[in-house]
Design a protein around this ligand. Structure first.
Ligand code: AMP
Ligand code: MG
Length: 402
């Protein structure tokens, strides 16, 4: 049995980023950047007013109150028609370029216009540079503002837009084939007859794959039949990743390991030291494609996806990341653990003291998919842990993703 940390290292060691594509910035949300983005211009591109008021020479307002001659007005998007001379002021709006000759802005609240005289009374002194954002003070032209590997979050989309990157180079989205196996499975729009169940994992896996920004390719269910399974796996292997569920344990009809072996798979992980999910398989094909075969119990499938498949899908898109474990205050009791790492569906929240608090949800083991309802975290307990109760610190992994 391989422990989870080692298993994640094994998966990442077999995973290289796929090729790259260019997309428009509108299509780039949550894609991963594959080429740097640099500013084409200084940011800001000119010395800029931070406040509405009057552009002045700081030296002219060293002693206040003082009146200055108003020689014009400059709005955002406009340029002053002439430089400012001693004793002059220009009415200015936030975002407008500072006229040449001026070096500071007096806020409008600290002024009193004297329109009859064509003057303004300045009531507050300002230092040179006050309420001015100097050109290039955020970044100079040519500066790399986003490096390859950056996730294009909404904030980063804004950064790319500022830099004028209307098209961006990102990693290609992995195609992930989803194959559910088992004679008992029927589609979700059917009422299962005696001994049948709905193929819920297919939908859960597809949603997980979508949430990892990959393209799910759904295959028809494979019955517990060697030939059918071989055909389905073979067609799934046209994708970058094949993700199977069911048929991986030790039963007489758990045919997945044997068929993968026949097709030349190298098993990198065959048993994981976790509960739920021990029979999890990770294999690579001779051409380097990745195969994950997860146990069919819905919570095992889910946990296996989060621990192994999701990090692989991120790495294929150029991001090597594994969900961190977070310390949280436990609410409720947890039993001692044996020789495997245990994961429990859980609900995490921030308590009144601003700390993470986590509570195990009521569930009845790995077959109980309803036990995942409202889960936004998994509690993780190392092997050989003692029983713990309310107030003790435990580890958890957050699941919520946009
Ligand atoms: P297996 O891994 O094939 O031994 O299946 C373990 C358990 O998970 C059995 O109770 C199966 O009926 C159930 N199961 C297998 N595949 C699915 C699926 N696609 N959706 C929901 N439950 C499943
Ligand atoms: Mg089965």
């Amino acid at each position: 049995m391989i422990d989870v940390d080692e298993a994640q290292r094994i998966v990442l060691a077999q995973t290289r980023p796929l090729g790259t594509v260019q997309v428009s910035l509108e299509e780039a949300l949550f894609r991963t950047l594959a080429a740097p983005i640099q500013c084409d211009l200084d940011d800001p591109p000119f010395d800029r007013a931070v406040m509405d008021g009057y552009a002045v020479r700081a030296a002219d307002v060293a002693h206040v109150p003082v009146t200055l001659k108003v020689v014009g007005q400059v709005a955002a998007g406009a340029v002053a028609d002439r430089p400012l001379a001693a004793g002059e002021a220009v009415q200015i709006n936030t975002g407008a370029p500072i006229p040449r000759g001026a070096d500071a802005v007096v806020r409008i609240e600290q002024t009193e216009p004297l329109p009859a005289e064509g003057q303004v009374l300045i009531k507050e002194s300002v230092a040179s540079g006050e309420f001015v954002t100097p050109r290039a003070s955020y970044a100079s032209a040519g500066k790399i503002v986003l490096q390859p590997g950056a996730l294009l979050t909404p904030a980063n989309i804004g950064v790319a837009a500022t830099a004028g990157a209307s098209r961006v180079t990102v990693y290609r989205q992995p195609k992930v084939a989803v194959l559910a196996t088992g004679d008992e499975l029927v589609d979700i729009d059917r009422v299962p007859s005696a001994a049948q169940i709905r193929n819920s994992n297919l939908y859960a896996l597809r949603a997980l794959i979508d949430s990892a920004r990959c393209l799910a390719v759904v295959l028809p269910v494979a019955r517990d039949d060697r030939n059918e399974l071989r055909n389905r796996i073979t067609s799934g292997l046209q994708c970058d990743v094949l993700c199977l569920t069911g048929g991986v344990s030790a039963g007489t009809l758990d045919l997945v390991p044997g068929v993968l072996q026949e097709l030349g798979a190298s098993f990198r992980i065959h048993k994981l030291a976790i509960k739920p999910g021990r029979p999890t398989i990770f294999a690579t094909m001779p051409d380097g494609r990745l195969v994950f075969a997860l146990p069919g119990n819905p919570v095992s499938t889910f946990v296996g996806f989060e621990l192994l498949v999701r990090p692989a899908l991120s790495a294929l898109q150029g991001r090597r990341e594994v969900s961190p474990l977070i310390r949280a205050v436990l609410n409720g009791p947890l039993a001692a653990t044996a020789n495997r790492r245990c994961y429990y569906p859980a609900r995490a929240s921030v308590n009144d003291s601003g700390e993470w608090e986590v509570c195990k949800l009521s569930w009845h083991g790995s077959g109980d998919s309803l036990g995942m309802a409202t889960a936004n975290a998994l509690i993780m307990r190392p092997p050989g842990s003692n029983a713990v109760s309310t107030g003790d610190l435990v580890y958890m992994m957050l699941l919520d993703r946009t």
